[in-house]
Design a protein around this ligand. Structure first.
Ligand SMILES: NC(=O)c1ccc[n+]([C@@H]2O[C@H](COP(=O)([O-])OP(=O)(O)OC[C@H]3O[C@@H](n4cnc5c(N)ncnc54)[C@H](OP(=O)(O)O)[C@@H]3O)[C@@H](O)[C@H]2O)c1
Length: 294
């Protein structure tokens, strides 16, 4: 299997490359941070550069592309996420590589949870808007692609940036009324690898009847943790698990200056039905997975 991961230098991308089967031929892109994994062919590509993306795809000719590259903030965010994803979708379609695009639970307004795969995006924030546009670009340019919607990604080896900041007290307040389904990075990476290994990605009968949109032919799959927790509860659980005092206060989303989606709970029952990989909730992960310091 020839797999290309865009954003291989990112948190999720690195986990996918680390956990992919040893006999797969792996390539990955990076942008500002060169790749640290010696078993992976690394390419510096800016996804906003359509020609560069296209050149890489036609040279490496992956069977599957997992598109994780994205910008979470900053001036380049919209172009990276929307135009960049359009470039990736077009290049994947041109060489008929199967594409799995990473989307986010924050594309929803948070007022209609739980969200199943048929839920339409209703973004409230600029980041959410850029990810919703990315989904539209995938649907337009490559209707046969798969869109995976996920939630807060966390992990311990290495620690994800958000958990590190939470434990270090860099977030003074965490919301008690903002709900998400945090997903353990190893579980998410394994689920994506399982999907990548299927031929074609979403051909199982439950998806055909349940999710494949008849009009456009595109597929959506929710891959998130099986437990809904508030941002505050999640912080407390992590602090307890790492044996540090919670260095943050509880707060309500109403105290935030701009609108935020309050409840982005994803319904993961379809993924639980069709995948072998378990999508564990936070409590289960904390009970089962050792932290590096233990
Ligand atoms: N993290 C979460 O909690 C979360 C939640 C829901 C959905 N998601 C989605 O999951 C995916 C992976 O998230 P993550 O946390 O792994 O992200 P991340 O750690 O921030 O990694 C982002 C990746 O995108 C690359 N990148 C940024 N700008 C680029 C550009 N112009 N051209 C090419 N590559 C570029 C970065 O490369 P360099 O580092 O080399 O610059 C990096 O490899 C994203 O699509 C994100 O939207 C994440």
């Amino acid at each position: 299997m020839r797999l290309l991961v865009t954003g291989g230098s990112g948190y999720l991308g690195a986990a996918i490359l680390k956990r992919a089967p040893q006999d797969w031929e792996l390539a990955a892109t990076y942008y500002a941070h060169p790749l640290a994994q010696s078993h992976v062919a690394a390419f510096r590509v800016d996804v906003r550069d359509a020609d560069a993306v296209s050149r890489l795809f036609s040279t490496f000719r992956p069977a599957v592309v997992i598109h994780t590259a994205a910008a979470m903030s900053g001036e380049a965010m919209l172009a990276t996420n929307a135009a960049g994803t359009r470039n990736v979708a077009r290049a994947a379609a041109d060489i008929r590589a199967r594409l799995i695009h990473l989307s986010s639970d924050v594309i929803f307004d948070g007022e209609h949870a739980p969200y199943d795969e048929s839920a339409p995006p209703h973004p409230l924030t600029p980041y959410a808007e850029s990810k919703a546009r990315a989904e539209r670009a995938v649907i337009e340019k490559y209707p046969a692609a798969a869109i995976v919607r996920t939630s807060l990604i966390y992990g311990f080896d290495p620690l994800d940036p958000r958990t590190r900041q939470t434990l270090a007290g860099e977030f003074p307040r965490l919301f008690t009324d903002e709900y998400r389904c945090p997903v353990f990075v190893d579980d998410l990476a394994d689920a994506l690898i399982e999907l990548a290994g299927q031929k074609p990605v979403f051909s199982a009968p439950p998806l055909r009847s349940g999710v494949l949109c008849k009009k456009t032919g595109f597929s959506v799959l929710n891959l998130a943790g099986a437990q809904r927790v508030s941002r505050y509860e999640f912080g407390v659980k992590l602090a307890r698990a790492f044996g540090v005092p919670p260095r943050f206060e509880p707060a309500l989303t109403a105290s935030y200056p701009t609108p935020r989606p309050r409840d982005c709970t994803l319904d993961v029952s379809l993924a639980q039905k069709i995948l072998r990989t378990r999508l564990r909730g936070v409590d289960q992960v904390l009970a089962e997975v050792k932290r590096p310091s233990e």
